[in-house]
Design a protein around this ligand. Structure first.
Ligand code: TGC
Ligand code: FAD
Length: 387
């Protein structure tokens, strides 16, 4: 102790293949050179840096797990590493990629028609088209089965009415995956920007995930043809299954945010002197740093093992929930503690901890709240659904 990398004490890097290490390093370089220098300003300005999208596409990050359509066809660990490095920069940058790749491209790939796939997937992989995923509604995101947005047949077409809230990439999106109740059950539709009756409005005054574009979508008698319906999506399970890949990415992403905070705290406490010695040489600070390292190491190993299980087809919804629950809670606790270790300096955007801490308040809420993941794990343990 310490191992060569104090942020990777159990040497998870050595568990990675050469290709995985290369992917990690290239995303890390992108984050260091192009994300971190601008991210505090973007956070202050409440602005998503769209100028990064072509670079993310060029580096193969959009739809990275998919095969064909210009996508890289990477394994689960590689996708996780992309998420980890992006979230080391900012949760919103990882979120952009999660939604584009897992929730929209993944959904079209799994449930779309051949025409829908060839129309959207190559353009989305190149970053020429952006997507959003509209599941949550204002009256309760945890219970999407109770959705009020509906689609009714109108001859050969469908008429969609209702609204969706808290939708990432909402105002940027060229296409929205929209989940709606029909007489036959819940179905998914692709609604294009500019379709009459469809509007996206940015949600202002967020103090978390400020770099992300979060919107309300409204559908006022929006008419789409049956060709806009996702033919393979025949119930809510289709929508929920898309969440698994996004939640998996968050399990890794949270590790990146935690690493950024611990790195900063190690640096700060070694250079700040109080009572005649560096803060890092005091017992209480060391106890806090050690606890952060303990929690980070647990989260790293959990993410890595989850990827192995996923590759073997054994990553069930409950196992993904267990890791999302653990890793986001871990990252949030580390970010809060690191913010405090920085004292007053920790409350400004000159340091990373407060931005990560605020962002993680969203990450612990979206893609299933902490309580919902506890309840999913609880059901797996007991056989009784308590939500
Ligand atoms: P339940 O009986 O549990 O489920 C009904 C059927 O669906 C199956 N199922 C799943 N299948 C695949 N993947 C999943 N994750 C699944 N979750 C459930 C389940 O096995 C069952 O199948 P069957 O064959 O037995 O009928 O009842 P429910 O439908 O009421 O589900 C309950 C609950 C709480 C688990 C579910 O509603 C839930 O997960 N709620 C949380 C909602 C949520 O996470 N929303 C996320 C919106 S998207 C977002 O936040 C994007 S953030 C941006 C970013 O990702 O960066
Ligand atoms: P609610 O469901 O109202 O929950 C409120 C509280 O009640 C929570 O603490 C919850 O844990 C608790 N609770 C709920 N049910 C139970 C129960 N049975 N027992 C005990 N406690 C319970 N959604 C999308 O569809 N697409 C997106 O792209 C997207 N992006 C998002 C971006 C941001 C920045 C945010 C903040 C949210 C986003 N969401 C998105 C929505 C997100 O998925 C929901 O916020 C989340 O599912 C929780 O729903 P809710 O906010 O309505 O909270």
């Amino acid at each position: 102790m310490p191992a060569s990398d104090p942020l990777d004490l159990y040497d998870v890097r050595s568990l990675l293949s050469e290709d995985e290490q290369l992917i990690r390093d290239s995303v890390a370089s992108f984050v260091d050179a192009e994300v971190i220098p601008i991210i505090a300003e973007c956070f202050a300005e409440h602005r998503f840096p769209v100028e990064l999208v072509p670079r993310m596409a060029e580096l193969g990050m959009l739809g990275a797990s998919l095969k064909g359509y210009g996508c890289a066809g990477l394994d689960s660990t590689s996708y996780g590493l992309i998420c980890e490095e992006l979230e080391r920069g900012d949760s919103a940058v990882r979120s952009f990629v999660s939604v584009q790749s897992s929730l929209v491209m993944g959904c079209i790939d799994a449930f779309g028609s051949d025409e829908q796939k060839s129309r959207w997937l190559p353009a989305m992989a190149k970053g020429e088209a952006i997507g959003c995923f509209g599941l949550t509604e204002a009256h309760g995101g945890s219970d999407p089965a109770n959705m009020k947005t509906h689609a009714r047949r109108a001859g050969d077409d469908w008429r969609i009415n209702g609204s969706k809230l808290w939708i990432t990439n909402g105002t940027l999106a060229d296409v929205a995956v929209v989940w709606a109740a029909t007489d036959l059950g819940i179905r998914g539709f692709l609604v294009e920007r500019g379709t009459r009756g469809f509007a996206a409005r940015a949600i202002p005054r967020k103090y978390s995930l400020r770099v992300s574009d979060t919107a309300e979508l409204s559908f006022d008698d929006v008419r789409v043809s049956d060709a806009a319906r996702l033919p393979g999506a025949t119930d809510l399970k289709a929508a929920l299954s898309c969440l698994n890949q996004a939640r998996f990415g968050i399990c890794w992403g949270a590790v990146g945010a935690a690493r950024a905070c611990l790195a900063e705290a190690l640096d700060y406490t070694s250079s700040r002197s109080l009572f005649g010695r560096p803060l890092a040489h005091t017992q209480l600070i060391q106890s806090r740093l050690a606890n952060a390292a303990r929690r980070l190491t647990t989260a790293q190993l959990m993410a890595w093992r989850l990827a192995q299980l996923k590759e073997q087809g054994r990553a069930t919804t409950a196992l993904i929930s267990l890791a999302k629950l653990n890793n986001v809670r871990t990252a949030l606790d580390i970010a809060r503690d690191c913010r405090d270790v920085l004292g007053a300096a920790g409350i400004t955007l000159d340091h990373h901890a407060i931005r990560h801490m605020l962002n993680l308040e969203t990450v612990i809420t979206y893609e299933g709240t902490e309580s919902i993941h506890e309840l999913i794990v609880g059901r797996a343990l007991t056989g009784a659904a308590a939500y």
